[in-house]
Design a binder for this molecule. Sequence first.
Ligand code: SAM
Length: 290
Amino acid sequence: MSDHGAEGGAARSARVGQVKDITSLSNPLIKDIRALAMKKHRDETRTFLAEGLKLVIDAIDLGWSIRTLIYAKAQRGKEAVEKIAALTIARGGLVLEVSDKVLTAITRRDNPQAVIAVFEQQLMKLDAVRMKPDDTWVALDRVRDPGNLGTIIRTADAAGAAGVMLIGDTVDPFSTETVRATMGSIFAVPLVRTSEKDFLVWSGKAAPLLVGSHLKGSVDYRSIGYKGRPVVLLMGNEQAGLPDTLASACGKLARIPQSGRADSLNLAIATGIMLFEARRHLLDLGDTTP
Ligand code: SAM
């Protein structure tokens, strides 16, 4: 937590009374938070839920705004939690101290995280994307599986990708399942939502090296010159793969050679393989001398 360092006792006592103590599941604030399990409610409020103290601290450090901080009673007085609570209040957010029963109901888990938070959603506009040499974006066509999407966002983060574009009718990146699978990378990786049409117009203008990952690709994914140029790795839908409309726009159609009986790789695995190859020249272990 870089921007909210040590907090004095005065500030701590100033917010006594600003923290709401809630034990009832019928409390309207809790009802609203529980409704975030539904996409409709997330879309309407442009918010989402994330779980875990570390994740909440990371999010704040990366500039995300907490609308509501929720923590278990047993967390009261813990320094890190007190600091986040103070910061949330200072920025106009709500702080709720709740019973275990309420936390379990919000997270739908038997052993819930003791700290969770409602954040404002952030999406980047496609027009705002400016690609630099060696930037790698992942573009996903109609990704359907929340776990796949979360894993891809986490992998994009680990590989140092510039961001992830979601094309067409995709699963919600802010669903609880996706957010959980990102393990916090949801806060670190810029996300863009776009239609297929707008993506094609943009890629025509921005002119990155558009590499389609395709089961019928004629090029070995390891033979492509990714170095020194902006690259977009375009991945197909879990069931249908890449449609011709997108495949025909690609500068290269790459295939990951397979042996064995599997028809194809899982989308998240294929994305990981493509990403780490495209960024291989930029990734090293650094100085490993003892
Ligand atoms: N039945 C689909 C098809 O015919 O394309 C399979 C889709 S696969 C589960 C999901 C996506 O992962 C593909 O569209 C492609 O982008 C990528 N993928 C999976 N295996 C791949 C491989 N061996 N080479 C290149 N891309 C692959």
